[in-house]
Design a protein around this ligand. Structure first.
Ligand SMILES: C[S@@+](CC[C@H](N)C(=O)[O-])C[C@H]1O[C@@H](n2cnc3c(N)ncnc32)[C@H](O)[C@@H]1O
Length: 549
């Protein structure tokens, strides 16, 4: 950001830059489509009225929304009319933070007026961050009668070892334990600071009797070493992490532990295959290690501790509770982080960035990206995961809309690459997908609430000669054909999801309930696609009627 002095008026220039590597051409085109030039700065005059300032801030936020789109959001970006609205809570929070940061980082040798304008813009950006929280935050009900004695002992131990926390642990409805703010926490506040000395990482393994054995195993990953270490360590009374292991559940109840009824309840969904494959993969991994390791080193890997059930438990522990952290040496390591692992996930998290050890304090800080008031649950972002991923590896379905809940489509995109000489044609996607059309803001003709890259791909497949100057009649006919084709595909997928064998939810086990909930979500998404195709066809027929008259 720079300040330019005109004769009477000062000007503040704010430039939010698009990364050259991150879908640059797609994003550049999207910005141009909504009339924003990526190279030109947003200029704010010291004489700007409050309305003008508001407009300029909106412009900056629009640009920041595009810059911060991730791959899935970008795929569905044709949904967003003129980028006037929030694309997803994650994107909105990132966008507002990048605007806030750009204002903060500006050089500060300016006049009082410019300083005042900057302060106003910063305040308004923080207000908008609060609004995102108000709109999307999840209400938490603390289950008062559940004991958290073990959790409090762990907390005390961690504090004695240098942890700083503004959170306490409680049982929360529907999610086991959760972290609750002890006081009002604002944007930028550190809710939790965990010293490196209490973080479980590969560094602890070096002292273990397993390490020399691991060194002899070709190609064994750090993750597998840690997994095997934790299987034994959890039984050691003298373990440094005794209190941490004491807080872990007997069962993790993730999709990897689904029983046969739950797997059958997933019939017709892609998740069935995903879970079966994930479990087969783990079984193969287990069988590569055991019983060989127990036979050769019975004292180090006692067979009674290294059963398949225990191995699966440890896999679930690491999948659902580990975090990837960058260490001061620059290496990315998978870690278990006592206390921080009580933080639950939300699609509108309070904490978004937490993955780097602060080399000055040798600690991992969890700073707030949006306010968390006293008594509210403080949520983390585990990542931009679909519900099928969260179910398989974490064992829950997030509440509310999940923008990353996509159904991948098995469409051959080989032809899309042909003749893609310049620019970012909308068809240059290596895979296609759909999601609930209620997430789309654009249900007009030629959009229908469906993703533009998919529609463009299907149009091209049906009408390869289609050009910008193609007659409206032909465009309407092509779309009618496209929507008809999509309808039959999704009708077939819906039939496969028939609910006939679903057990009564009341008497079903946790896994069948979760599987049934997932299936309902898939049905809801597919129904929305079918409804979009149906209303799209009606719009097209009505338009075609006008064109033939
Ligand atoms: C890192 S732990 C978080 C603490 C956990 N609630 C506990 O009691 O140990 C991750 C696990 O918490 C649960 N969880 C996290 N976020 C959740 C959410 N939004 N809804 C329901 N369960 C959630 C899932 O069981 C997940 O596997």
């Amino acid at each position: 950001m720079e300040v330019c002095k005109n004769q009477n008026d000062e000007e503040l220039r704010l430039l939010l830059e698009l990364s050259e590597t991150d879908h640059f051409l797609h994003k550049k085109k999207l910005l141009e489509d909504v009339g924003l030039n990526v190279e030109s700065p947003v200029c704010i005059k010291s004489s700007s009225t409050p309305d003008q300032l508001n407009d300029l801030l909106n412009l900056l936020i629009k640009r920041a929304r595009v810059i911060n789109l991730n791959e899935v959001e970008l795929y569905f970006s044709g949904d967003v009319v003129n980028l006037e609205h929030c694309v997803s809570p994650r994107n909105e929070l990132e966008a507002l933070h990048s605007v806030h940061e750009a204002i903060n980082n500006s050089v500060s040798s300016e006049s009082c007026t410019i300083k005042h304008i900057k302060r106003k813009l910063q305040e308004e950006t923080v207000n908008r961050i609060h609004e995102v929280g108000n709109k999307f935050r999840e209400e938490t009900r603390v289950v008062g009668d559940s004991s958290v004695e073990k959790e409090n002992s762990l907390l005390d131990w961690a504090v004695k070892n240098g942890m700083k926390t503004r959170l306490h642990i409680a049982c929360v409805e529907g999610a086991g334990r959760g972290a609750i703010a002890k006081e009002d926490l604002k944007v930028g506040d550190v809710a939790l600071e965990v010293p490196l000395s209490v973080i479980i990482s590969i560094e602890f393994l070096h002292e273990s009797d397993m390490f020399p054995i691991f060194q002899k195993i070709d190609g064994i990953s750090e993750e597998t070493m840690l997994l095997l270490w934790s299987m034994k360590e959890k039984h050691k009374n003298e373990s440094k992490f005794r209190l941490y292991f004491d807080t872990l559940p007997e069962n993790f109840n993730t999709g990897l532990s689904f029983g046969i009824d739950a797997v059958m309840a997933l019939d017709g969904t892609l998740l069935l295959e995903e879970i079966v494959q994930a479990k087969e993969h783990l079984r193969t991994q287990y069988e590569e290690l055991f019983p060989v390791l127990s036979d050769h080193f019975p004292c180090v890997f006692p067979s009674e501790l290294y059963t398949w059930e225990q191995f699966l438990w440890a896999c679930e522990l690491w999948y659902s509770n580990s975090m990837k952290v960058i260490f001061p040496d620059g290496k990315l390591r998978t870690c278990l982080i006592p206390v921080a692992s009580f933080l639950n996930h939300s699609t509108c998290p309070n904490i978004m960035h937490y993955g780097r050890i602060d080399a000055c304090t040798n600690s991992l800080k969890f700073s707030l990206s949006r306010t968390c008031f006293s008594g509210e649950q403080c949520f983390l972002s585990y990542g931009n995961f679909s519900s099928s991923h969260l179910l398989t590896f974490y064992g829950f379905l997030p509440r509310g809309d999940n923008p990353y809940d996509i159904i991948p489509l098995d469409i051959d995109t080989a032809e899309d690459d042909e003749g893609s000489e310049v620019g970012p044609p909308a068809s240059k996607w290596s895979s296609h997908m759909v999601r609930g059309t209620w997430l789309s803001k654009n249900h007009k003709i030629f959009h229908y609430g469906l993703p533009t890259p998919l529609l463009d791909h299907l149009r091209k497949a049906r009408n390869p000669t289609c050009q910008p100057n193609t007659s409206t009649h032909e465009l309407l006919e092509t779309d009618l054909d496209v929507l008809g084709g999509l309808s039959s595909t999704f009708e077939g997928m819906m039939e496969a999801l028939s609910d006939e064998n679903q057990e009564d939810r009341e008497i079903a086990g946790w896994d069948v309930k979760l599987a049934t909930e997932f299936k309902s979500l898939q049905i809801k998404i597919m129904s929305s696609i079918l409804a979009a195709c149906d209303s799209g066809c009606k719009m097209l027929e009505s338009e075609l009627g006008k064109h033939t008259v």
